[in-house]
Unconditional design. Structure first.
Length: 157
């Protein structure tokens, strides 16, 4: 999806300067224990579905919206896995963003899997034992989702 109107207006004021943004990420597993990943059109790296929240949007609503927009699947968030500050994201146009992401475990409730936006070239499930090239932070989030710990993970400096 293109940049939201809200972010476009901020970028008109601050240019490419770093911006702190709330975000959401989904760990979606199928019945066989495979994890849903998307492949970036920009660099070929695979990643978990997610994105920035809109002003006033609840994070749980944002993850449902983001997964539908990106993958065509309707999901239900079932628990918070963790809250993380990510490394800076540097975009081809020069924008820099620091995301603080709430990670949700999600279950599929409907929809049809497929590339549903302009950010990904592919979307599919992978065995957690045979993941493709993926952001290390996302690899960690998948492992945490599978470890059986029921409390949310967070880090302190």
């Amino acid at each position: 999806m293109p940049i939201s109107e809200f972010l476009r207006q901020i970028r008109l004021k601050i240019g490419h300067d770093p911006l702190l943004l709330p975000a959401v990420t989904a760990v979606v597993m199928d019945g066989a224990g495979h994890v849903l990943l998307m492949q970036s059109k920009d660099n070929g790296t695979w990643y978990l579905p997610g994105g920035a929240t809109d002003p006033g949007e609840q994070p749980a609503d944002a993850i449902v919206r983001e997964v539908l927009e990106e993958t065509g699947l309707i999901v239900e968030p079932t628990r918070i896995l963790g809250v993380y500050a990510d490394e800076p994201a540097r975009y081809a146009n020069g924008d820099v963003c620091y995301y603080v992401s709430t990670i949700f475990a999600c279950e599929v409730r409907g929809g049809a899997l497929g590339v549903n936006d302009d950010e990904a070239s592919d979307v599919r499930y992978f065995s957690v034992n045979a993941l493709p090239k993926i952001f290390e932070a996302h690899r960690h989030r998948i492992a945490y989702a599978l470890n059986g710990i029921e409390r949310a993970e967070f880090f302190r400096g």
